[in-house]
Design a protein around this ligand. Structure first.
Ligand code: SF4
Ligand code: SF4
Length: 94
């Protein structure tokens, strides 16, 4: 099935994405390659390579901060916290 990439440019404003800090942390040693994070992310920011998850290097510029990847990971390999205060996504509509 063809992957659909969402941009949400009409819904969100991004503020100082270069100052968010690492608000998603990933411990590859805990990952069992189940692929759930790749399925749940609306922005396709997770991929699988050689049996391990990979997070897009510049995820701060695209992530919707939904925390679904953190919620669904059965191995607790993903840790999510909100970006540094005043930075990241602002939902403008919805
Ligand atoms: S959901 Fe967790 S265990 Fe599964 S591939 Fe993603 S990081 Fe790895
Ligand atoms: S927080 Fe949401 S949008 Fe961001 S990487 Fe995780 S699943 Fe994708």
């Amino acid at each position: 099935m063809e992957e659909i990439k969402l941009e949400f440019t009409k819904l969100v404003k991004r503020v100082d994405v270069d100052k968010t800090g690492d608000f998603i942390r990933y411990d590859e040693s805990k990952c069992d390659g189940c692929g759930l994070c790749t399925k749940v992310c609306s922005f396709n920011l997770w991929s699988l390579k050689e049996g391990k998850a990979r997070l897009a290097p510049r995820y701060q510029e695209l992530c919707l901060e939904c925390a679904a990847c953190w919620e669904i990971c059965p191995m607790e390999a993903i840790d999510f916290s909100y970006p540094a205060g005043g930075t990241g996504v602002v939902i403008e509509h919805g």
